[in-house]
Ligand binder design. Structure first.
Ligand code: NIG
Ligand code: FE
Length: 400
């Protein structure tokens, strides 16, 4: 592997999450100026960035996205503004079903092209590690097509990717929950397992949409359990529109993360804190669907690991983690520091990557942002202003 030598010096503020007083970065080495100067001469670097007047932050981590699909749903946005609920649209054959029809009919090359441009947009907004789900196929062939497209993006783009099999994102039209669950357990997961064992596909996590009218608690449990036995990390949608006891069940299964949780119970919060199951909160969903806000404060007070995600999908068309942090602060009453930790180290934890990503520490990937401002909080404060605030996005020590 070719070494890339990047030196960032003289920064005004450096936000390390855990440590302070570091001023220089050399690729994935971070340290006090004197130590790095003693080890390396400035002339040996491929590139030197004088960060005088700038702030250095860890790269942002987006813990929940659905970025592979065809067919936008701008028409449904108008329906929802006029009062239709998410489930009204879904039951009428729209929502996820609309996207499934278009995604099934799309060529992998077209899906890859749109995925690339969406990931580039996220990267420009400071995301350096992103979770990407399948879930608009609901049958073997299209789910595999989506996972292969995600794999190709992982191989060819600088942004770090965590991939999630989400074949249980909706019950396919014309099938019962039992039939859909059987298809996943008997057909989709065994094929996935074979491809993974042969080294032909990499998948990190397993997801199910556990919701009334979608996958009930028992079918969710059996799918997640089967995924876990294949070595996938459990990371699923729960307690979004109705209280389903998803949090309690996920904690019991040892889930790494549960997303949404607008309708989580007090017992669910306690169970997640105890099991160290991260809560991935998605401020855009509650905002767009006018749902109750996720109870971030109660979770933080109970000791739950709170992470954030954009939930980018045709229902919530937002690629920007700075906007997500802003919404989390205003609507969910998180402090700016809590939002930053939730969008970096805690989001990395939710993906099982906190040993390599999510903070600026020796031996982690050199993923960082340079902000053209003397106080890092401008990244959150300037609603929609991240394009002007973010000067450089650096992934694995390279300016991208
Ligand atoms: O996380 N709630 C389920 N899944 C997505 C929405 C996907 C869609 O509507 O296409 C979510 O919000
Ligand atoms: Fe989602």
């Amino acid at each position: 592997m070719s070494r890339n030598r990047l030196l960032v010096k003289n920064a005004q503020q450096v936000v390390l999450i855990f440590a302070a007083n570091y001023t220089l970065f050399y690729a994935n080495t971070v340290g006090p100026a004197e130590t790095i100067r003693a080890q390396y001469s400035e002339a040996s670097f491929d590139r030197v960035i004088d960060a005088a007047g700038m702030c250095v932050l860890p790269g942002l981590v987006d813990a929940h996205t659905h970025p592979v699909w065809a067919g936008d749903r701008v028409h449904e946005f108008a329906m929802k503004l006029a009062g239709a609920t998410y489930m009204d649209v879904h039951r009428a054959g729209g929502g996820i079903h609309f996207t499934v029809e278009h995604t099934r009919a799309s060529a992998a090359s077209d899906l890859l092209a749109s995925l690339r441009s969406r990931l580039a947009r996220m990267q420009r907004a400071g995301t350096t590690l992103v979770e990407c789900k399948s879930g608009y196929g609901l049958e073997l062939q299209t789910e595999l097509k989506m996972l292969e497209v995600i794999e190709e993006a992982r191989r060819s783009l600088p942004i770090n990717v965590s991939s999630t099999y989400c074949g249980a994102h909706a019950v396919p039209k014309g099938k019962t929950v039992t039939e859909a669950t059987e298809d996943i357990l008997q057909v989709q997961l065994p094929r996935l397992k074979a491809l993974m064992s042969a080294g032909k596909l990499r998948v990190d996590n397993i997801d199910v949409f556990c919701e009334q009218g979608v996958f009930d608690l028992d079918s969710t449990r059996s799918i997640l359990q089967a995924g876990k036995e294949m070595g996938l990390k459990i990371n699923f949608h729960g307690d979004e529109l109705h209280p389903m006891n998803s949090a309690e069940m996920g904690a019991e299964l040892g889930a790494l993360a549960i997303s949404h949780l607008e309708e989580v119970t007090d017992e669910g919060i306690v169970a997640m804190a105890k099991a160290k199951t991260a809560a991935v909160l998605l401020p855009t969903t509650a905002y767009i669907l006018r749902l109750p806000q996720p109870r971030a404060r109660d979770m933080l007070d109970a000791g739950v690991i709170v992470a954030l995600g954009s939930d980018f999908n045709p229902n919530a068309y937002c690629c920007s983690m700075p906007i997500i942090m802003h919404l989390a602060c205003v609507n969910m009453r998180m402090s700016m520091s809590e939002a930053l930790a939730a969008a970096t180290i805690n989001a990395a934890f939710a993906l099982g990557r906190s040993h390599t990503h999510g903070s600026l520490e020796v031996d982690k990937h050199g993923d960082l942002l340079l902000l053209d401002t003397t106080r890092w909080e401008h990244l959150i404060y300037q609603l929609g202003g991240h394009q002007e605030v973010i000067r450089y996005v650096i992934i694995k020590g390279k300016v991208v």
